[in-house]
Design a binder for this molecule. Structure first.
Ligand code: NAP
Length: 243
């Protein structure tokens, strides 16, 4: 049986890097990063793990870059069977101070970018009558964190979009799910948690922040045959922060 191809956006660090590491040699891995330095770090990681794969540049805030990725993959006849929309940013601000670019960047990178990326690869999945789309959401979508109206709106949009897609694509054997992490130790949360780790941990029933690998394992499960009957769901992985 030929290897399944997995595309992971934002595979350079944090949760995306852990997702890349959760997949093994049975898969061909395509990881994306935003700079040459990012691509080198993905390539190095794949090499050290002895996983077959390749790094490609992608800026989800730039439609041309999304098109270019799709064309490059087409050229190399690489067609993702499993698409993991992980890349993301935060640009937090309370609504009274939120700038238009803070709103636009977050909506573009998460929601619009994912729409375009999914569109790029869907035709082939439909033709193959097999596919997995796994979108990384956030507890913020359900909790509505202060200062994250842009981010919460984008993530809630992703969850809603995923449910619609699950209904549209179920008959084609394409499962669409979300994983919604809670507070995970990565670059994204470094600044917020600095010096306040104990406070944040005290808000979480399991008493600690999460590890990237704990999200990656759930993503890996959703991509596996063990999850064949799961679609349209958002799996919350948050130590009980939201229940
Ligand atoms: P991170 O450590 O900050 O990594 C972000 C990743 O996204 C990097 O690989 C980065 O690539 C890529 N990226 C940034 N801007 C991009 C753009 N414009 N186009 C394409 N890729 C871009 O973040 P993380 O904490 O691992 O978060 C991963 C996902 O989990 C995000 O969707 C985030 O919203 C979600 N999440 C995280 C937490 C948490 O507590 N950490 C909680 C809930 C949800 P470069 O390295 O090239 O910059």
């Amino acid at each position: 049986m030929s290897k399944k191809t997995v595309l992971i956006t934002g595979a350079t660090r944090g949760i995306g890097k852990a997702i890349l590491e959760a997949f093994n040699k049975d898969y061909l891995i395509i990881g994306t990063g935003t700079s040459e330095e990012s691509l080198s770090s993905i390539t190095e990681n794949l090499k050290s793990l002895k996983i077959e794969g390749k790094a490609f540049k992608l800026d989800l805030n730039d439609r041309q870059s999304i098109k270019a990725l799709s064309l490059s993959l087409d050229k190399e006849e690489i067609y993702p069977d499993i698409l993991i929309n992980n890349a993301g940013i935060t640009r937090d601000n309370i609504m009274l101070r939120m700038q238009e670019d803070e709103w636009d960047d977050v909506i573009n990178i998460h929601l619009n970018g994912q729409y375009l990326l999914i569109k790029s690869f869907l035709k082939k999945m439909v033709k193959n009558r097999w596919g997995r789309i796994i979108n990384i959401s956030s507890t913020s979508a359900a909790l509505g964190n202060k200062g994250q109206a842009n981010y919460a709106a984008a993530k809630a949009g992703i969850e809603a979009m995923s449910r619609s897609l699950a209904r549209e694509l179920g008959s084609r054997n394409i499962n669409v799910n979300c994983v919604a992490p809670g507070f995970i130790e990565t670059d994204m949360t470094k600044e917020i948690s600095k010096g306040n780790e104990d406070f944040f941990a005290s808000q979480i029933p399991l008493g600690r922040l999460g590890k990237s690998s704990e999200i990656a394992e759930v993503v890996h499960f959703l991509a596996s045959d063990q999850a064949n009957y799961i679609t349209g769901q958002t799996l919350h992985v948050n130590g009980g922060l939201y229940m």
